[in-house]
Write a protein that binds this ligand. Structure first.
Ligand code: CA
Length: 361
């Protein structure tokens, strides 16, 4: 707000603010593009909603007010799961969401949020920016009039909140769980019943018993939703979402109407937002975990290896089936899988070996 006041004052001819001469370009800066950004998150929600706000603010500031992006929380302009259509049709110029919500448009969208047993945040960014992923994502969204960009990452998520212990694969049978994307299909094949619903509905569904379990994100976000009040066990690791990319999607005609410098600014802001959200999660997750365990008495549990092994085996099947749906999905799968195989070699002897070394006592 201060900055806006400053620009407005500058616009009516003030030449100095705090004794500093105002550059002519600032004096003449006026918003030429008013954009709406619809999101799939509750307004101002920690991590996700804050990430969308940060992205909008960066675009506003980096463009000197030439683009003004206004952020709408889920249901303010459109519901959480209508973000894709709203931006595709131009109802909003921009959206902030997760690509796996759009598997009804094309199953291959799921490769651009997270794949079970897929890539970590660092590996995902490497695939997108330097491994061919970004070009494939653009190709996938092209028929929908959308330009995608990575605009946030949660890092490794948690497996979720359960109202009963998971000791063997059999404990997954009959489990009613909210788990979106490919992970949901994997759990279904393991005998569970899976549903997807927006984050805002999860607490009451767990409380009423409509759900036995839910995954959401990780400690930082899960503490904010208060799941510890309605589910006893908190399981890790997030096998289904090892590094989920959040997306910014931009309506193509709106993007094309921008001069080249503003187009660059929008894409650079997305890249900055992508890094910023990951840092926010990394900084806050452990603080929140400490509160959950030590203040609220949450039972933190690892999923047993046998359960993870079974989920991994089912994941490979499910992902391959998605790949066989159409030629573009196959192309994306092949690129993703080849990248995963290559990067795994390096990650094993860099990140994994180092983390093991650091934990030695
Ligand atoms: Ca999740």
């Amino acid at each position: 707000m201060k900055r806006r006041d400053f620009i407005n004052k500058a616009g009516v001819g003030a030449i100095a603010a705090g004794g500093v001469l105002v550059a002519p370009s600032v004096v003449h800066a006026k918003a030429q593009f008013k954009w709406k950004m619809v999101t799939s998150w509750p307004k101002n929600f920690p991590g996700l909603g804050v990430g969308a706000n940060q992205l909008a603010q960066m675009i506003n500031e980096m463009s000197g007010g030439r683009i003004k992006v206004k952020v709408y929380g889920a249901n303010e302009l459109v519901p959480a799961f209508e973000v894709f259509d709203a931006v595709s049709k131009g109802t909003a110029q921009m959206g902030h969401s997760g690509a796996y919500y759009w598997k009804g448009k094309n199953e291959a969208t799921q490769f651009f949020s997270s794949v079970p047993f897929g890539l970590t945040a660092q590996e995902m960014n490497a695939w997108l920016y330097y491994g061919g992923g970004m070009g494939l994502w653009r190709e996938l969204y092209e028929p929908f009039n959308l330009i995608p960009a990575a605009a946030g990452n949660s890092g490794v998520q948690m497996a979720g909140w359960f109202n009963r212990e998971i000791k063997t694969v059999d404990d997954l049978k009959g489990l009613k769980m909210r788990i979106p994307g490919l992970g949901g299909e994997v759990l279904r094949r393991a005998g569970g019943t899976t549903v997807n619903m927006p984050g805002g509905e999860l607490f009451t569904s767990l409380q009423s018993g409509a759900l036995d379990a839910t995954e959401w994100v990780g400690p930082y976000n899960d503490l904010a939703f208060g799941f510890y009040k309605v589910a006893k066990y908190y399981y890790y690791p997030g096998w289904h979402e090892p590094g989920s990319t959040m997306e910014a999607m931009i309506n193509k005609p709106a993007f094309n109407a921008l001069p080249a410098d503003l187009q660059s600014i929008v894409l650079a802001a997305c890249k900055a937002a992508n890094m910023d959200m990951l840092s926010d999660y990394m900084a806050k997750n452990n603080q929140a975990l400490d509160t959950l365990v030590n203040k609220h008495g949450v039972k933190l549990m690892p999923l047993p290896d046998d359960v993870l092994r079974k989920l991994k085996q089912l994941s490979e099947e499910v992902v391959l089936e998605v790949a066989n749906k159409d030629p573009l999905a196959k192309k994306i799968y092949t690129s993703f899988n080849q990248f995963r195989a290559q990067v795994s070699n390096w990650s094993t002897l860099s990140e994994q070996a180092f983390l093991k070394a650091r934990a030695l006592v």
